[in-house]
Design a protein. Structure first.
Length: 454
């Protein structure tokens, strides 16, 4: 139990009484999943942000929006300062966060469900509650979700039940601060969650992925994403996982959680989809969603929170997300991240239009059709060792060259595969489609470089 170290935290929480509830999602009129989770129980719902005084100030507006959201829907809202929990002595704040969550849960009634939110994850609408995700959380101990921007499981936002298994899951996650720390880039708790899930769910053959984790030794993202890919392929498609016949962890499909990276949703909201947008850290970010009065005034009045013009129809929202998923599958994701999307993304192309995709049940297989891989890449040309590429044009200009031409940014080594220009042509258009839509530097201005005579 918590004891004296957290009494002030609990006292500050908004105490909203709620009877023990049994929820059957099949009777819910509003749900984004085509197949509901099994019936479950919960006693009360809370939302928390774990932040010390520095981060409370930095993310003040985001935290205020979540407080408004919780008040609207009668959820308990708590800001947890990890410094008030002496038992949580992890060196890394993000691991200390999960220990703090575990200690707080020990003070709550059994089957209390806590939605843990990152500080940069504001509520961007007020009219829809967490009903659909409470239904998932009520049937298991932990709910996590796939990120849109990469192949990771999201670490910053999750739901956890006050149960022995839920608390042990958080403590086990926090323990990665002391052990299994690779020397290279590992993304702190966001890397550790992948290995932790494999071990906690007792998924077989996890040791090769653990080796990739322990061998992370550089600052490069590529080895890290190789590790993530290893773990995700072992987990397979999003699923409601059981252990010993009991539901323990649910992984939601990308785009179907209560939160999404704001860029992935183009800062739009709708009657379906996420209710919080992750990655909002600056005043400029906040002003995309909130009135200047809400952002600037210390009281952050809930009645003054939202600005207009953000909402689109559910049809437009679904079309936007479905189009984005198709782009992800046909190469845009690979261009900027150097990652291949997982095979199960193909199974979600149609249901993404209505955000009716769902996690598989524990023993369920995923029926889907995977289309024939695309062709149309550039013919392979091996660049001679003595080739010297010199600038010939800016993007959208004409590059005069007889030889090999590459597209990109030479200074940082981000260059496309070469295209051969014959004497009869003498030039080519310096633009993306000339190079087979192979974008070596997504979002940056690019140039063309010529190696004459090759």
């Amino acid at each position: 139990m918590l004891g004296k170290e957290s009494s002030s935290v609990v006292k500050d929480a908004q105490e909203i009484s709620s009877p023990r509830q049994v929820i059957d999602a099949s009777k819910s009129a509003r749900r984004p999943f085509s197949s509901p989770p099994p019936p479950g129980t919960f006693s009360k719902v809370g939302i928390t942000v774990v932040a010390d005084t520095h981060f409370q100030k930095r993310f003040e507006v985001s935290i205020a929006s979540l407080r408004c959201y919780a008040q609207r829907h009668h959820y308990e809202f708590i800001v947890l300062d990890p410094n008030r929990f002496p038992r949580c002595s992890q060196r890394d704040f993000f691991f200390r966060k999960h220990c703090t969550v575990a200690r707080f849960l020990e003070s709550k009634p059994p089957n209390y469900i806590l939605f843990v939110m990152d500080g940069d994850n504001p509520a961007v609408l007020l009219d829809r509650g967490l009903d659909d995700w409470i239904a998932e959380a009520a049937a298991t101990d932990v709910v996590v979700y796939e990120r849109w921007m990469n192949n990771e499981i999201m670490a910053g936002n999750y739901a956890v039940r006050n149960s022995e298994w839920g608390i042990e899951f958080c403590d086990g996650w926090a323990s990665y601060d002391q052990v299994d720390q690779p020397r290279g880039f590992h993304s702190s708790d966001n890397g550790a969650i992948h290995l932790h899930l494999l071990r906690a769910l007792r998924i077989a053959k996890w040791r090769p992925c653990a080796t990739k984790w322990s061998e992370l030794a550089t600052g490069s993202l590529d080895p890290y994403y190789e590790f993530v890919t290893c773990t995700r392929l072992l987990m397979g498609a999003p699923r409601r996982w059981k252990l010993d016949g009991v539901y323990r962890v649910t992984i939601l499909p990308r785009g179907h959680a209560w939160s999404i990276d704001g860029l992935a949703a183009n800062t739009k909201i709708s009657s379906i989809g996420a209710v919080t947008h992750h990655g909002q850290k600056t005043r400029e970010n906040y002003l995309q969603y909130f009135t200047s009065e809400f952002v600037s005034h210390e009281e952050h009045a809930c009645s003054k929170m939202l600005k207009g013009g953000l909402s689109i129809t559910k049809e437009d929202y679904g079309a936007m997300m479905s189009h984005s998923l198709k782009d992800r599958l046909t190469g845009s994701f690979h261009d900027w991240s150097r990652q291949v999307p997982p095979w199960w993304d193909w199974g979600y192309v149609d249901c993404m239009k209505t955000l009716s995709c769902r996690p598989l049940d524990d023993d369920e297989t995923l029926p889907f059709t995977m289309p024939r891989p695309q062709q149309g890449g550039l013919p392979f040309i091996r660049v001679p060792q003595d080739a010297k590429f010199k600038w010939c044009a800016k993007e959208w200009e004409q590059c005069s060259c007889v030889g090999l031409v590459r597209f990109g940014i030479r200074e940082n080594g981000k260059l496309s595969s070469p295209v051969r220009v014959k004497a009869k042509q003498g030039k080519l258009a310096c633009r993306l489609d000339t190079f087979g839509h192979e974008d070596p530097a997504v979002g940056d201005g690019k140039h063309c470089y010529c190696a004459s005579g090759h």
